[in-house]
Design a protein around this ligand. Sequence first.
Ligand SMILES: CC(C)(COP(=O)(O)OP(=O)(O)OC[C@H]1O[C@@H](n2cnc3c(N)ncnc32)[C@H](O)[C@@H]1OP(=O)(O)O)[C@@H](O)C(=O)NCCC(=O)NCCS
Length: 385
Amino acid sequence: MNKVFLIGAAGTAYGKSNLTARDLSMLASKHAIENAGIKPQDIQASFVANAFGMAEKQGHLGPLLMSSLGIPHAPSSTIEAACCSGGSAFREAYVNVASGFYDVMLITGTEKVSHLDTLTATTYFAYGGDYLFEGCSGASFPGLYAAMARAHMHEYGTTEEELAAVAVKNHNNGMFNEKAHLQKKITVDDVLKSPVVADPLKLFDACPFSDGAAAAIIASEEFMNRNGLEKKISIKGSGRSGGSGSLHTREDMSSLESTIRASREALGQAGISVKDLDFAEVHDCFTIAEIIAMEDLGIFEKGQASKAVVEGRTAINGEIPINPSGGLKSKGHPVGATGVGQIVEVFDQLTGNSGKRQVNDARIGLTHNVGATGGSCAVHIFERE
Ligand SMILES: CC(C)(COP(=O)(O)OP(=O)(O)OC[C@H]1O[C@@H](n2cnc3c(N)ncnc32)[C@H](O)[C@@H]1OP(=O)(O)O)[C@@H](O)C(=O)NCCC(=O)NCCS
């Protein structure tokens, strides 16, 4: 496989937007092209990550995006893997460039859902799980993650206060991210007193419904050499795994096999262990998801991650900062954009552009993006050159 570099990345603010997913995708892509220091004409192909285009009556966003960039001939397809659409699109682009098929690719994730009421949005989201067996019997994502939280509590004695500590940390980080959806400092007490969404998860245990877009550009070493571009960030590992699309068929609901497999693949390719990571952006759609992610990635032993959060070991100045961006919980979760947005955070961190949330001497960062309750997972590892 050829060496591949992350050469540009940018995102819009996350939150409620009056713009369409199409307009948001254009803004993020143009900004990423600018900071990559290339011309749109250098882009040979693209993937667009978008899960709910039909909620805006607009599928097939790729050709519209490519036309707006002045490159209508460049092929572009939508990749949909629920909340893992962004990570999956990035993986597919990586495979294309690493194999030598293309030299430069654009990956853009975008979503717009804030025009939907809560019930409609929740129902659309549930289509990304096992809708016939789970969603249509009322088990939407808050309910399914609540079941995972209960399983983890039963198995390891995890408490609601420990889950709340994840939300407090991510809201603290989000306070330093001017593009975050929920820029609000909260306490453990605020979380515990917030309205119950699906017991034991409360409003402040959940990520919000967000609009937003994020874009990344990757290029081959040959392209970089030919154009005299500075190699700032290399992609060291790419892991992708499927998992059972349903929660009710699993023997263990306190762990995601797809995370275990995808992280092993990515770490193996990179030739490093989790101990070498300087920070990670993980998929914290609910507070329990961050706990499970850290354990499945191998950052902490099973049953130990929640204690580590309470002890401040995952804070920006801790031993392994988790979600310095604020994560899905505070930065927001525009579904198609999320996995690419995690890579934007890595780009900013590894180029020293994260302002007050900058991780000290960040050299190696990991992204972890999950679809539904683990039916899809993508893990990527990046290193500053
Ligand atoms: C938790 C949830 C049900 C709340 O939705 P909602 O009832 O429509 O919330 P609203 O948009 O009406 O917001 C009500 C208030 O709560 C706040 N809020 C909404 N979601 C929030 C969240 N997740 N965390 C903190 N505050 C939140 C809003 O800012 C608003 O505050 P304000 O009145 O001061 O402006 C919804 O955000 C949700 O389902 N999140 C999970 C999404 C999901 O499943 N993603 C996929 C994961 S796999």
